[in-house]
Design a protein around this ligand. Sequence first.
Ligand code: ATP
Length: 358
Amino acid sequence: MATTPTTANPSGLVRSSPSFRTCTGGSRRCVSSRCSISAPSLFSLRRIPMRKHPMVCSSSPAINTVVNSAHNKYESSGLSEKLDSYRGTKGESDVLIECRDVHKSFGNKHILRGVSFKIRHGEAVGIIGPSGTGKSTILKVMAGLLAPDKGDVIIRGKKRHGLVSDEEISGLRIGLVFQSAALFDSLTVRENVGFLLYENSNMPEKRIEELVTETLAAVGLKGVEDRMPSELSGGMKKRVALARSIIFDNTKETIEPEVILYDEPTAGLDPIASTVVEDLIRSVHISDQDALSKQGNIASYVVVTHQHSTIRRAVDRLLFLHEGKIVWEGMTDEFMTSTNPIVQQFASGSLDGPIKYV
Ligand SMILES: Nc1ncnc2c1ncn2[C@@H]1O[C@H](COP(=O)(O)OP(=O)(O)OP(=O)(O)O)[C@@H](O)[C@H]1O
């Protein structure tokens, strides 16, 4: 991806639920697009030894957090509605995240130019498109790491103002799993996976340890709790990152649904390791069962990917992003037979067609 985070920037820990917040009250948030952890929150860690505290993102380039509060008309292309009627789900009650006419620029580069779509409860959605077209950017906007310059992000019917914060609308947890896995190098696998619980929950350490072991087993990893990230293969790191994103405080009275956003989860893996990760992504979804034969608890997920195998195995519906807009959307099986020239060129990998590489 264009913005691979360093291991010091655990972007995969973004959560939108107060119970999982990464920022504690009054602390200065690091607003780097790669980091959602506030320095004081890290330094106030109670249960991870001080000497092991991960380096905090030191650069915090200001992000333009101005949200145009004027009502932006939803410039629907009509595609969402077509799909809604196709799937017989016209209601709004199952929409967990909606991006409505989202625009985002970096300097004079206009990356997102009016992106609109909805993620519904139970969906497995892929975002595909040429390099540099803004796929990672839209994931960060959905996660609340970047604020749109214009347009809205609506979480379960409520507009999010600015970046994800302590005051984030409760009712939905959002996990973001970065391509690089973004594990803390100086922490063990156990500490990485249990990080947010050690920091933010009142769960006894013993219970967190058990939960970490259980969650690692759910992603097919056993006996790696005491290993350091440097002792893991690339595929194992991705599975640890996945475990970190699905672990949650199950002692709470109310457990909100969770959406996970995966940024190129199979990039850099061999075909078999890719299959393992693709199947894991499916297995933690509510429609499936994890490695412990327990029903998954992830309500919906969104995967940014370039890999055909990931599209085939892990995704039901696709959004095609090109030049900052959704130019096509459809079910996965419609992708290869689409007559849309942009889709055809992308699917075939041809140099000839509307997509120009400079
Ligand atoms: N924080 C940032 N500051 C400046 N430019 C950025 C920032 N984040 C992304 N960009 C630029 O925005 C564009 C889109 O980046 P993004 O990573 O979203 O693309 P992508 O579609 O995910 O690409 P790829 O498929 O190659 O990973 C790129 O030109 C990138 O350099």
